[in-house]
Ligand binder design. Structure first.
Ligand code: PLP
Length: 453
């Protein structure tokens, strides 16, 4: 490729590239930041700025940037067999190996993998296959999905419908029929004076109430992120998921855990359903499955669901050209090998996670921070106008953006949702990088407070 300067790239970008989740007109005026290189927990932009990526790209670069082994695994597989599909009674070796590896890693009897290209497609897949599961058992009317307001399950039509983001529903006439939502656990917003256990029961009861309102014979499944990421890292009460599981079992409603963010170590266990000790029937995966090095998603089905789908389901009328792509599978296997052999998840649980948690929670001492949430390797700071009140700034989102921009000025990438600052660093972050992260976050908070006057 010929050299091309940054200003020209920005001009071409503004002219030809529509960015996801951006106000594209505002972005064109501001000029896109162009990232050029990554190593460990750092990325560099075209202006030469070094940035500590406390968000792991988009919650996904679990093993950090720049691991040559993944490139080499992709290159080997591309040279040997760049593509073959899993349609027509065929498949490839890495795809089979990855199915078996995922069956071994995921808890309980989630033993059967269906591959997609993304988390959104994984959630689309469950909408169709779970409805099919009930239909072939002569319960076609058991087809309603219950999700949660403010949940995020992706951007495809079904993914965005299963999610509960109002801004997304407004564009394109969503949700599609047959999907309803309940309120999520968000103690800072609506926990009132309830203690954790009472609040957990209270929030789980919203599911039972909704199932009874609809009639259990009409409810196919409940879907949720074990920790709600995109809306602001809402960490549920400890008993919430066990209560949810109890209710799902009582009414024979399938339980779907969207572990697209939480899978592969983010909460200090391989999967958040282990952290919260519950048994999903279906689990969706993406992101950390390849540490974001190449696109891949998967749905794990338990024995009960898979037995029906393959026993009575007939031909599965569902699949993607790239379902189980051998190059993506080879990269995923190499990523998992690194996570396992370097004991990355265990180090997070026993060492770096507790250290990061201590530093992150200490940020609650800043006058702007109303709550510091943290679990495993993921967290949020809720920025507030006055500390004890659990109230929000007017024009929600403005202060978060301000803080995010100040963090960037200081060489730190944090994400802002509303006025919450979100944390999800590569799992390989070191203690000195945690210190740098905490210091730079405090500085960004100070600069934000100063700008607010
Ligand atoms: N589910 C969750 C919980 C997510 O956070 C995301 C993306 O952030 C998705 C699904 C969608 O995944 P993808 O962007 O790979 O389609």
């Amino acid at each position: 490729m010929t050299e091309i300067d940054t200003a020209t790239l920005q001009r071409l970008d503004a002219a030809h590239h529509l960015h996801p989740f951006n106000d594209n007109a505002a972005l064109a005026k501001r000029g896109t930041r162009i990232l050029t290189r990554g190593e460990g927990c750092y990325v560099w932009d075209a202006e030469g700025n070094q940035l500590l990526d406390a968000f792991a790209g988009l919650w996904c670069v679990n093993i950090g940037y720049g691991r040559r082994e993944l490139g080499e695994a992709a290159s080997r597989q591309m040279t040997q067999l760049a593509y073959y599909n899993s349609f027509f009674q065929c498949t490839t070796e890495p795809t089979v190996r990855l199915s078996a590896k995922l069956a071994e890693l995921t808890p309980h009897d989630l033993n059967h993998a269906f591959f997609t290209n993304s988390g959104s497609e994984a959630n689309d897949t469950i909408l169709r296959l779970v409805r099919h599961f009930w239909a072939v058992q002569d319960q076609p009317e058991k087809n309603i999905f219950i999700g949660r307001h403010d949940g995020y399950h992706g951007s495809t039509v079904a993914g965005a419908s299963l999610g509960g983001m109002k801004g997304m529903h407004k564009q394109g006439g969503l949700p599609i029929p047959g999907i309803v939502h309940i309120d999520p656990p968000y103690w800072f917003g609506d926990g009132g004076d309830m203690d954790e256990e009472a609040y957990g029961r209270h929030c789980a009861k919203r599911l039972e109430d909704k199932i009874l309102e609809l009639g259990p014979e009409r409810v196919a499944a409940f879907i949720g992120e074990p920790v709600m990421g995109a809306i602001g890292v809402y960490i549920p009460p400890r008993n919430y998921w066990q209560e949810i599981e109890r209710i799902c079992r009582k009414y024979d409603v399938l339980l779907v855990a969207d572990e697209v963010i939480t899978g592969f170590g983010r909460t200090g266990e391989w999967f958040a359903s282990q952290t919260f000790d519950f048994r999903p029937d279906v689990m969706t995966l993406a992101k950390g499955i390849t540490s974001g090095y190449i696109p891949l998603g998967a749905v794990m089905f338990n024995d009960r669901v898979a037995d029906v789908l393959s026993g009575r389901g007939g031909e599965l009328a569902h699949g993607y050209t790239y379902s189980g792509h051998p190059v993506c599978a080879a990269v995923a296997l190499e990523n998992i090998r690194i996570l396992q052999e370097e004991h990355i998840v265990e180090t997070c649980r026993n060492n770096i996670g507790p250290y990061l948690g201590e530093k992150w929670k200490a940020l609650a001492g800043h006058p702007l921070v109303g709550e510091a949430r943290f679990l495993g390797m993921v967290g949020a700071l809720e920025l507030v106008p006055s500390k004890p009140s659990r109230t929000y700034f007017p024009d929600r989102g403005r202060v978060g953006q301000l803080c995010r921009d100040f963090a960037l000025q200081n060489g730190l990438i944090l994400r802002a949702t509303n006025d919450a600052m979100l944390l999800s660093p590569p799992l390989v972050i070191s203690r000195s990088q945690v210190d740098e992260l905490a210091e730079k976050t405090w500085k960004a908070l100070d600069m934000t407070a100063h700008a607010l006057g």
